[in-house]
Design a protein around this ligand. Sequence first.
Ligand SMILES: Nc1ncnc2c1ncn2[C@@H]1O[C@H](COP(=O)(O)OP(=O)(O)OP(=O)(O)O)[C@@H](O)[C@H]1O
Ligand SMILES: O=P(O)(O)OC[C@H]1O[C@H](OP(=O)(O)OP(=O)(O)O)[C@H](O)[C@@H]1O
Ligand SMILES: [Mg+2]
Length: 282
Amino acid sequence: MLRIAVPNKGSLSEPASAMLHEAGYRQRKDRKELVLVDAENEVEFFFLRPRDIAVYVGSGRLDIGITGRDLLLDSGSQAEEIMQLGFAGSTFRYATRPGTARDVSEFGGMTVATSFAGLVTKHLADSGVDAAVVHLDGAVETAIQLGVAEVIADVVETGTTLRNAGLEIIGEPILESEAVVIRRTGDPSDDPKVQQFLRRMQGVLVARRYVMMDYDIRVEQVERAVALTPGLESPTVSPLHHEGWVAVRSMVPAKDAQRIMDELYDLGARAILTTGIHACRL
Ligand SMILES: Nc1ncnc2c1ncn2[C@@H]1O[C@H](COP(=O)(O)OP(=O)(O)OP(=O)(O)O)[C@@H](O)[C@H]1O
Ligand SMILES: O=P(O)(O)OC[C@H]1O[C@H](OP(=O)(O)OP(=O)(O)O)[C@H](O)[C@@H]1O
Ligand SMILES: [Mg+2]
């Protein structure tokens, strides 16, 4: 059985379970369930606090896990990223009240409040800045107002929380984060069970990002049309009964589909159809 750690709470939890469900795995119906065996797929899921996942995987107790890159790096565990999952995207940044500092280099002697003390301590040391770090569990934006720190370091998605607290971002992002699959550092990369899991997850990503496009076009225009729809490998081109015409089938990025349909139409393509992809193995 492949033993997989899944976030049980927070921003990572629901999208992780949704993705696993789309990949054909059983998921828990009750949020209080801590362990779930999916016998058919020979997988056992452990629903754990997002912060603890890298610890379990890094110690080798669980084979792989889903967590955030920021949590992985903060934990200092012996675990590494093996796949990006494209959700829970955020940046990790410093912020202060306006006028406090223009750059990280000016944080010397100040206190930085954060829930990611490992990450921040390392970043300050790497930047050669001597600042104190105070660890808080959450809602760190309020720490400045309450006089616990002059600087905070926190997850920023839209920036709304920072704005509402009257804070401004300082310096470049410490890190760009998203949900990732992790394994213990140095574990063999060719474990067939892990490989199968990753192929399934990859299939979900592709099914979410691409649509299938079909169209008919005159033979003389095929090369120009195919340049617009190169597909992942190469488009399928089949003869039509109507002489001088061919049918083309190709995967295109969902976000570009409408623009590509317009451009194909202008090239003379007709019967242009897009259909969703439910699952795939590349
Ligand atoms: N607003 C957000 N947008 C995108 N990702 C986020 C956001 N907040 C947290 N994350 C990501 O979620 C992970 C943190 O998960 P965790 O469950 O510890 O915190 P949380 O989502 O803030 O939940 P909680 O309600 O427990 O504070 C990190 O990888 C972080 O980058
Ligand atoms: O840039 P934004 O879109 O505003 O999102 C970022 C905020 O979301 C998370 O907070 P959460 O609501 O999880 O509270 P927490 O601080 O207690 O973790 C994170 O810690 C930031 O505070
Ligand atoms: Mg939070």
